[in-house]
Design a protein around this ligand. Structure first.
Ligand code: SF4
Ligand code: SF4
Length: 268
């Protein structure tokens, strides 16, 4: 039997080991529970084969001794689970399906996402109800026009992943097993991120407030330099040469280049 995909609902968090959550029941030495939240290992299933430790490209696992446990005397411990790049190599290869990698979210990711969301909502609400800070009409209209286009890109994973990505059973739609490279994913590689950046820009244009601009630029720069490279690293490992070819064919975020390439491809 594999690790319970709903262990966070079905089990109780009973403590922490080196900052990593322990999900019960724990009755040592026979019952050890699950270690980790976003990279979770069911120690009662783990046979200590070491496949995950060898497979992980960011070396986030380490061994822990578990003397007298029925399945093995050492277990894989996800000591740096926040470093996971979601390549799913450990999850896919574990012979007893003791690992569950959950599509993100690290604390930083959540914090920056909340900041981005607040910037969008507050900025748009401010510009709409109070009027733009600088009183410029044309940027205001451009900002409003950008909102539906941004939303079109934002909803991309919800539309394409369930149909074309063949998500793993019992996991979220983000846990795709097949590379999705059509639809808006045929224009840019990260349509959802592009949608987020466009919404942030729309919020700046609608509010025309310096605070909206500062927060918007900060979150966009963090996403581009901190989040996207990490995600792409995981995708390269996950989909191998298919993803490398996709990178050559489709730009990361450049909408104009993406549309020109797509049109050329269609024509030829
Ligand atoms: S691959 Fe699975 S069984 Fe092997 S050490 Fe890792 S968690 Fe344990
Ligand atoms: S999904 Fe990839 S990066 Fe994350 S723990 Fe598994 S092997 Fe390591």
């Amino acid at each position: 039997m594999p690790i319970d995909p709903d262990f966070q609902k079905n089990r109780e968090k009973v403590g922490k080991e080196e900052g990593i959550a322990i999900w019960g029941p724990v009755e040592p030495p026979e019952k050890l529970g699950i270690r980790g939240t976003t990279v979770a290992v069911d120690w009662d299933l783990c046979t200590g084969c070491g496949t995950c430790i060898e497979a992980c490209p960011v070396q986030l696992y380490e061994w822990k001794d578990t003397p007298s446990h029925p399945t093995s005397e050492k277990k894989a411990f996800p000591s740096r689970e926040s470093d996971c790049i979601q390549c799913f190599q450990c999850d896919k290869r574990c012979p007893v399906q003791a690992i569950r990698v959950i599509f993100w979210p690290s604390g930083w990711f959540m914090a920056m996402n909340c900041l981005m969301l607040a910037q969008i909502i507050v900025g748009v609400a401010y510009g709409t109800f109070m009027g733009p800070y600088l009183g410029l009409r044309i940027p205001l209209y451009i900002g409003w026009a950008m909102v539906p286009i941004s939303l079109f890109f934002m909803v991309a994973p919800g539309i394409y992943f369930p149909k074309k990505g063949r998500p793993q059973e019992g996991k979220t739609t983000m846990d795709t097993t097949v590379l999705v490279d059509s639809g808006t994913y045929g224009i840019v590689r990260h349509p959802q991120f592009l949608g987020g950046i466009m919404l942030t820009s729309a919020s700046i244009l609608v509010s025309q407030h310096w605070l909206s601009a500062v927060v918007g630029i900060l979150t966009a720069v963090w996403g581009y330099t901190g989040y996207l490279p990490k995600e792409e690293k995981g995708l390269i490992i996950r989909f191998g040469d298919d993803y490398r070819r996709y990178m050559q064919r489709v730009p990361r975020l450049n909408l104009i280049v993406g549309l020109i390439r797509l049109l050329r491809e269609r024509r030829s």
